[in-house]
Design a protein around this ligand. Structure first.
Ligand code: ISL
Ligand code: CA
Length: 554
């Protein structure tokens, strides 16, 4: 495998709205990130993924962009952004920007033109279709509830929006549109950024048949995903984008790719194919979805999780490149979902840290995970801010679906869990702002915060810093092969990293019970790091305490 800086990178994801408010309006902003830049540097991470900061009416917190070449007023100015880039680069931290080009905002000038008339020059920049006897063109359901089609009464045609109606899908079949996108990519690359995270990039090519999808039981709408996930021209478009712009810069590109198999992932990220550097896929964060998808949850099943992680590690071991993460801004808090956010908060947060920084792929740490932030204890739906929740709520009421099941799902996997303000200290509003923030602070901020953990060598934060350094000092954790151990063990997740560099043995007890486990030739290894200060090892047997993890080196 070729060595690349982005394989060795450790990415810290910043959700600007919730990171740090610098001017007391209750909304995080670019100057706030600059204020905290020494903190970011102190973590040891070497790249930032910044969620969208472009001009946007914020129906979906910046994922609905109305001007791709300017900054959102809430977040500051282009000047502030230039300063941020500068400050990051001074500290050798790369900046990865979000690129949201499957759709724009309905307030983007292209869309405002497009809807004016059927013969407008920009009409074809979006996907317009005639209705079907007074009904939408097909039965597809939007990710954010309801039909994917919205009728425009002026021209009496429907436009497609896979997400909310304020996010019309761009028509990649149109070459002028594609080259406008390459131009805006170039705009940011020429400013010196180090790459892009590409929002739902595997949805840009739609199967032109626009056939109905299978009807879903709860809403009666259809699943259109076979017609827009990994569509017929997606690889052609990515190769074109790569040839026209990306290949001219030393950058990384990470494709957000829901619904990809490991083979698809290799197609997107294999180095010889000139498409993307890596994928960001979702299988392991969908394992606790119930039969109605994300709105009916079930327990996270450790065996399924383990087999899934193993599958991705093994299948991409020699070809392609994956992102490693346990949460992002669309997911609940990792320690609440995969660990134990009560009795074993510290231990399990550290366990997840050891796991994500020792697997193969580029690790992503979402803000707040490094201090073990937890899910928010939602009591009412009024505490939510996410359009996904509000749109679904309408459907729940209309179709008289089970409200308790819905609210329980919000608590367990709603996206707002990850979007509560970063907990800096024990002051009011957690030091995020000095007035009521746009979304509530998690009430546990007085115990869980950066200040309390900074000088505590047993804190989750200190552990993250140590583990980040270990990852940076040991290229074996990046490039060595991944070898699963004992796939059928029901409690322990263990694997080796074997190759040209030092060898590693990673042993992780994902349960809240003490477990004994034997490993061959354990005496040949030394302990590199553990989340417990004392480990009990007798000959080849480890007596693992709840959520105990050990990384050995040979
Ligand atoms: O979280 C999800 C909904 O349950 C995912 O399906 C998510 O919508 C999907 O992964 C795409 O996410 C990205 O695009 C969305 C945006 O809302 C998300 O924040 C973004 O990460 C639309 O731009
Ligand atoms: Ca602000």
């Amino acid at each position: 495998m070729k060595k690349k800086w982005w394989k060795e990178a450790i990415v810290y994801q910043i959700y600007p709205r919730s990171f740090k408010d610098s001017n007391g309006d209750g909304i995080g902003d670019l100057k706030g990130i600059i204020e905290k830049i020494d903190y970011i540097e102190s973590l040891g991470v070497n790249a930032i993924w910044l969620n969208p900061v472009y001009k946007s009416p914020n129906y979906d917190n910046g994922y609905d962009i109305s001007d791709y070449k300017d900054i959102m007023d809430d977040f500051g100015s282009l000047e502030d952004w230039e300063k941020l880039l500068d400050e990051l680069h001074k500290r050798n931290i790369k900046l990865i920007m979000d690129l949201v080009v499957n759709h724009s905002s309905f307030e983007h000038k292209w869309f405002l033109e497009s809807k004016k008339s059927k013969d407008n020059k920009y009409r074809d920049y979006y996907i317009w279709k005639e209705g079907n006897n007074g009904n939408p063109p097909n039965n597809w359901e939007s990710f954010f509830s309801g039909s994917v089609w919205e009728l425009d009464e002026n021209t009496n045609e429907y436009y497609l929006h896979l997400f909310t109606k304020e996010q019309p899908d761009l028509n990649w079949e149109n070459k002028d549109l594609r080259y406008e996108i390459y131009d805006l990519i170039k705009f940011w690359l020429d400013k010196g950024i180090d790459g892009f995270r590409m929002d739902v990039i595997n949805m840009i090519s739609k199967n032109q048949s626009y056939m109905d999808g299978f009807v879903k039981r709860d809403t009666g709408l259809g699943d259109g995903s076979p017609y827009y996930l990994n569509g017929p021209r997606v690889h052609e478009f990515l190769k074109e984008m790569n040839k026209e712009v990306l290949s001219k810069y030393d950058i990384m590109t990470v494709g957000e790719t829901p619904g990809v198999s490991t083979n698809d992932a290799i197609d997107y990220s294999d180095e010889t194919r000139n498409e993307l550097s890596m994928v960001f896929q979702f299988e392991h964060v969908g394992l606790d979805y119930g039969e109605k998808g994300k709105w009916s949850t079930k327990e996270m099943d450790f065996m399924k999780l383990k087999k899934n992680l193993f599958k991705w590690q093994v299948d991409l071991n020699k070809q392609g490149w994956n992102s490693i993460y346990f949460m992002n801004h669309d997911q609940p808090r990792s320690v609440s979902r995969f660990g134990n956010d009560k009795e074993y908060l510290n231990e399990s947060a550290k366990l997840l840290c050891m796991c994500s920084l020792s697997m193969k792929g580029t690790p992503y740490i979402y803000q707040g995970d490094e201090i073990g932030m937890t899910n928010y204890p939602f009591k009412t739906i009024e505490e939510c801010r996410d359009i996904e929740v509000f749109n679904r709520y309408k459907v729940v009421k209309e179709k008289k679906l089970d409200y308790d099941e819905f609210f329980n799902a919000i608590k367990k996997i709603g996206r707002d869990n990850s979007r509560t303000p970063m907990q800096w200290n024990a002051n009011e509003f957690a030091g995020f702002t000095n007035r009521k923030p746009w979304i509530n602070v998690n009430p546990n901020y007085s115990e869980i915060n950066v200040e309390a953990q900074t000088n505590d060598k047993n804190s989750v934060l200190s552990f993250y810093k140590e583990m980040i350094n270990i990852r940076k000092d040991n290229l074996g954790l990046v490039y060595n092969d991944f070898l699963p151990i004992d796939i059928d063990d029901e409690n322990i997740f263990s694997y080796k990293r074997v190759g040209n560099e030092n060898e590693f043995l990673i042993v992780l007890n994902f349960s809240d019970r003490a477990i004994n486990k034997e490993f061959e030739n354990l005496n040949e290894y030394n302990i590199l790091i553990s989340n417990y200060s004392k480990n009990e090892i007798i000959n080849n047997e480890i007596l693992l305490k709840p959520y105990e993890g050990i990384i050995f080196i040979k």
